[in-house]
Write a protein that binds this ligand. Sequence first.
Ligand code: ME8
Length: 666
Amino acid sequence: MENKTFYITTPIYYPSDKLHIGHTYCTVATDAMARYKRLTGHEVMFLTGTDEHGQKIENKAAEAGVTPQAFVDNIVEGEKGVKDLWKLMNVSYDRFIRTTDDYHVTSVQRIFKKMYEKGDIYKSIYKGKYCVPCESFWTETQLKDGCCPDCGRPVIDAEEEAYYFRLSAYADRVRDLLENTDFLLPRSRVNEMVHNFIEPGLEDLCVSRTSFKWGVPVDFDDKHVVYVWIDALTNYITALGYENEKYPESDYNKFWPADVHFVGKEIVRFHSIIWPAILMSLELPLPKHVYGHGWLLLDGGKMSKSKGNVVDPYLLAERYSADALRYFLLRDFPFGSDGNFSNELLINRINTDLANDIGNLLSRTTAMADKYFGGNLPEEQAEGAEDAELLAMAGALRDKYEAQMEKYAFQSALADVFAVIARANKYIDETAPWALAKNEETKPRLARVLYNLAETLRICTVLLTPFMPTACEKIFDQLRIPSSLRTWESAASFGLMSKTAELHKGENLFPRIDAAKELAELDAIQEAKKAAAAPAPAPKEEKKTEAPAPVEITDHEEEISFDDFCKVEMRVCKIVNCEAIKESKKLLKITAFDGERERCIMSGIAKWYKPDDLMGKNVGVVVNLAARPMMGGKYVSEGMIVAADTADGDASIAFYPDSTVGKRIH
Ligand code: ME8
């Protein structure tokens, strides 16, 4: 078993915005693969990270009024940033590389120089479309209606000095690699690469820029920064210590070449053409595989922030658990192809596979063991005719699963496991344990039925661990499985558990979801986000000529200036959760979505409104009150709901339509 290593990577993501479900999809697939390889006894290096340089980030930071470094620090390390997301999703990466890490910058400079000294990088002239006010070069395809995509102004043809990588020199070797090896997977992607990029003739690649500063400086010519791909792709070796002192050379020797790079299909070109060519230039071994996975689509199109249709993995994982989301992503969509994401699919999958199939199997098995045997199966057990098929299927499962996992066919591997789970549920119907329990003579048969169910669950749970690590631990615990029987080796054989197994019913791991209610809530949240992403309506022109109508000031009102009034920010917020709290009869704890984020509001309206009266309603909220700790700091209230005092001493809250969520109230 020693010396088996496995090196797997995700793309390094751009921290130009919060990551969405697409990034999560690739990362959890990589995590499942890494966990599977650890389970099978490999020493795994799982690398992920962020690709932090470039003009886009520089521009975004400028818009936000912060330095590029502060901007990326916030998205990567800040609250609900990239690292928080991977923690929430239970992603077991071994290393996280940021291209702004000093050691990476050093390596990139050394690599660039090496390639330059070899003659594979040379200085030339870059020609492109230039926006003078933005000082930005654009390619033809980046232009919007022929104009600068950032400011919409016309562009001019312009030139700048740039370094180029002699990609053309490697065309034949790359073609051979693509056509005659299994380097690029799935195989269907090979033709596209060859036809679209190799056959028309590979052009040399521009690898430096002088028009922006946010990048790795070329150390022998510092008006240039390294442009995109030499900086980004080399992360896969710099994170192993190549050309830097951060990690020992032994890491590189142990893990390079990578076993597989998982990447989305839109960057297959860079990973299957440019990356091997860079490595050839550096005279380094090539990764064994690049796997180009498909996209998650929404309504048939790609998700995009500007369309307001990105799916937020935080929201879904917090609502349904990271395990359920991980399982759904890898069970519903074939890894190599595109798939249409929908909340409905997610909820259906949770209800059918997790609540019904495995959830029921577990709770029926443990509940019957508790009820009929006090949780301890007796020694005396009797085999029966119904056993053979279940035992054969469960006994053969590990090898079938392995064959699929080795092809990165997560969907098929999971389908195989769930076929056995379905078979076990059918076995319960066939053997009717409740009937066996009625008669002392059939108790040994009952004991064996429960034993077989527990063993089937054990094997399935070992194989599901890479996909649902937390839930699987809990299943093992309910079945009192010792650690020696949670292993890959033990999953190959049926019947390893002691016959006098102890098992007890525990918490319901996958509660059924009320689909109609959840879908309505998720839709409402999505609508609110879309409304918030849409451009605000143009402000009404102020009527300067008419003086405002005089307002009568009654004695209990202190007059405030218009400027003071403008300081109060009221917005329509959607109540996504509302509950009574045990510490107070007056207060309700409300979670309200303000168009950008959810905030906690402690509101003293419990006397007039029950939680159900407010769920899903859109209400006016003062959102810029200083946050206020309440109940000794147990809760922090981040807003105040606007309510009217009615004549009879009641409170009345105005409700707004969905289209106004996130909008300001003036
Ligand atoms: O391309 N469906 O970063 P990026 C599935 N920095 N996967 C998706 C997806 C979707 N809708 N959207 C994104 C970059 N992804 C470069 C990579 S690597 C040396 C440099 C996933 O933030 C998918 O894996 O645009 C895709 O390739 C990656 O996120 C792109 O992330």
